[in-house]
Design a protein around this ligand. Structure first.
Ligand SMILES: N#Cc1c(-c2ccc3ccn(Cc4ccccn4)c3c2)n[nH]c1N
Length: 247
């Protein structure tokens, strides 16, 4: 997969050199290219923003640099067309299903806005030549699109074959479609068996795989009911056996 990121803070993406995604980049599994938006400005101050039409607080990102940046970044690939992702607080909620969908794309471009956002005409102009989607990672306000892009790039990249060592761990993720009925994961433990007076639940040391699976499902149900009761509403009643209802 090719991932292009256009931003005025390229250094924000240093974390993409680390850990499994950094390893995947070095192995060629993922081709991440960073672009400083100011490369497409021509004034002495490399201006990327201006006051909003209609007045109001803050500044808006100018359309010209974005138009030229997107032309340059998306124009050099032998006719291939990327999907443009625009992080914005007003976007559609980014979910695990979106991560799965985007992981199937060969080429993504992320446009990281700042200030009060990017001039709305940029998305309209881009949509004339590529699919564009506005996505939000949650109901809180950030200062720009870079943190959201890091989140989405990690959520997508980890799903690519070969990026995570243990394919199982992707399948057992919370929110993995169809896994554990969309329950969140329960508690996990490792050695030592006793730590600061706390014992690992004995069932996990029993070697009884059926009992371990049952215990993990009970704990996942318990944690989902406590932290994400909204997910329980999505459970297919037929998949809840009698004991589930007792948790
Ligand atoms: N995804 C996502 C986001 C963002 C986000 C994404 C891009 C930009 C570009 C500028 N700002 C600042 C800003 C503040 C206020 C109103 C508009 N814009 C962004 C914020 N905030 N929260 C999320 N879940």
């Amino acid at each position: 997969m090719r991932i292009d990121i256009i931003t005025i803070f390229p250094d924000y993406f240093a974390p993409l050199d680390l850990s499994l995604i950094g390893k995947a980049r070095r192995s060629g599994l993922i081709d991440v290219r960073l672009h400083d938006l100011r490369r497409w400005t021509y004034d002495r101050h490399h201006t990327v923003d201006d006051t909003p039409y209609g007045g109001g607080p803050g500044m808006v990102m100018k359309p010209e640099p974005w138009g030229e940046a997107l032309d340059a970044v998306t124009g050099d690939a032998d006719g291939a067309t990327p999907r443009l992702v625009l992080p914005t607080p007003s976007g559609l909620p980014f979910t695990q299903q979106d991560a799965v969908r985007l992981a199937a794309e060969p080429w993504l471009v992320f446009a990281c806005g700042r200030y009060e956002g990017i001039d709305a005409r940029v998305a309209v102009d881009a949509a004339r030549r590529m699919p564009v989607e506005e996505l939000s990672i949650g109901d809180y306000v950030l200062n720009g699109g870079e943190a959201a892009t890091l989140v989405m790039v990690e959520a997508v990249s980890r799903l690519l074959p070969g990026v995570l060592g243990n394919a199982e761990s992707v399948a057992q993720d919370s929110f993995a479609p169809g896994m554990m009925d969309n329950l969140v994961e329960g508690p996990v433990y490792t050695k030592p068996a006793v730590w600061r007076g706390q014992e690992v639940p004995p069932v996990l040391l029993s070697g009884h795989h059926g009992a371990v699976d049952r215990w993990r499902r009970d704990e996942a149900l318990r944690k989902t009911a406590r932290n994400r009761p909204d997910l329980l509403d999505r459970l297919d009643p037929d998949t809840l056996d009698r004991r589930d209802r007792e948790v």
